[in-house]
Design a binder for this molecule. Structure first.
Ligand SMILES: Cc1cc2nc3c(=O)[nH]c(=O)nc-3n(C[C@H](O)[C@H](O)[C@H](O)COP(=O)(O)O)c2cc1C
Length: 182
């Protein structure tokens, strides 16, 4: 796939299965995540790779966090299953640096990392989906994942092989999103 096709056709796929990217492919995905615009060269992000037994650990982390807020069994049941929607999850969190570059820009850079890793996964023939939800904004989860409470979980990037290929989504016209100053 050439880079133009990649940029024009990226889309998410929530239907993911084994195998997850291994070795060289994971190396490429993580390297793409590092090669994003980064004001000040602060590298203000961290990637936590969750796979294998890590998925069960993440499930327990999620369930413990939810149980602190509710005893709704349906929600707990749903939460238990969440990490198993893919064979690999890359948790992208910020690692804010005290610097004249504002946190907001550092957050954007970390977001670019998620996008870049999804793009690389896609270009390697894998599927991926960027998810957040309540458990991105939960201090118990951050604590359990060794993420500083002052940092942010930017997303859970679910990655795997595509269980089913989705039809290509229609093009989104940009007309109403562009103005020109000439
Ligand atoms: C910051 C962020 C968080 C997201 N969180 C979720 C989520 O929790 N659940 C979900 O279904 N989609 C979420 N999405 C949207 C999907 O990743 C995806 O972009 C969307 O379904 C549109 O599909 P597409 O990427 O194929 O255009 C999120 C996207 C972003 C940028």
């Amino acid at each position: 796939m050439n880079s133009t096709d990649l940029l024009l056709n990226r889309q998410s796929n929530p239907f993911l299965c084994d195998p997850a990217p291994a070795n060289d492919d994971l190396h490429k995905i993580l390297s793409a995540g590092m090669r994003v615009p980064d004001h000040g060269g602060l590298l203000p992000w961290h990637f936590t790779i969750v796979e294998g037994e890590g998925l069960q650990k993440l499930s327990e982390i999620f369930v413990n966090a939810v149980k602190l807020k509710t005893d709704d069994q349906a929600k707990i049941e749903k939460t238990t299953k969440m990490p198993f929607r893919a064979p690999m999850i890359i948790v992208v969190s910020t690692k804010y640096v005290e610097h004249k570059v504002p946190k907001q820009e550092q957050l954007v850079s970390a977001g670019c990392s998620v996008h870049a890793m999804q793009m690389m996964a896609y270009s390697l023939g894998f599927g991926a989906m960027w998810r957040t939800g309540d458990l991105s904004y939960n201090n118990s989860v951050k604590y359990a994942l060794n993420i500083d409470l002052n940092d942010d979980i930017v997303g859970y990037l679910y990655v795997g092989s595509e269980k089913k290929q989705l039809p290509t989504k229609p093009v989104k016209p940009y007309d109403n999103h562009v103005t020109y100053l000439k």
